[in-house]
Design a protein around this ligand. Sequence first.
Ligand SMILES: [Zn+2]
Length: 183
Amino acid sequence: MNLKDHIRNIILEINQETKLISEEVIENTPERIETFYKEFFSGLSINPHIFLKRTFPVLTNDLVLEKDISFYSMCEHHFLPFFGKISLGYIPDGKIVGFGDIIKVIEAFSKRPQLQERLCSEIADCIFQALNCQGVYVVVEAEHTCMTMRGVKALGSKVITTASRGVFNTHPHLKTEFINLIK
Ligand SMILES: [Zn+2]
């Protein structure tokens, strides 16, 4: 059975008692959801490391920071979206990557069934390993629709997670600098 037939079964199950769902929806929505799922979960078939193969040399190893990068992901516990902003900073060790390539890494990790904590650390580890840089700090701030639409209905609440690697752990002033810059 393909994905859209499974989705149609879910819709038919929901519709069983009241029959309020229209024929058009039963007929066409499964395919729309299938198309969306295939697009949205495309990150599962991408190895994000491929985006960091092309690097550029630098003479000075100063902090590089990209802030307020928008992202959408899907909570793996409820298959409901969570979304927000990511700020990422790293201290190079002789080489940097393109800003756009960092965004591609974030996309590949977020377009999967995810947990915010894991998303945050996977991005940090990927940059840290691929660039072999001195340190990485990632801050993810997100709203979880599984918290705001259902369950505790914590409307407007945000979850912040952080992941730090390398010199950000041994030199706390770097974290302070980072936090001041993303304020
Ligand atoms: Zn959830």
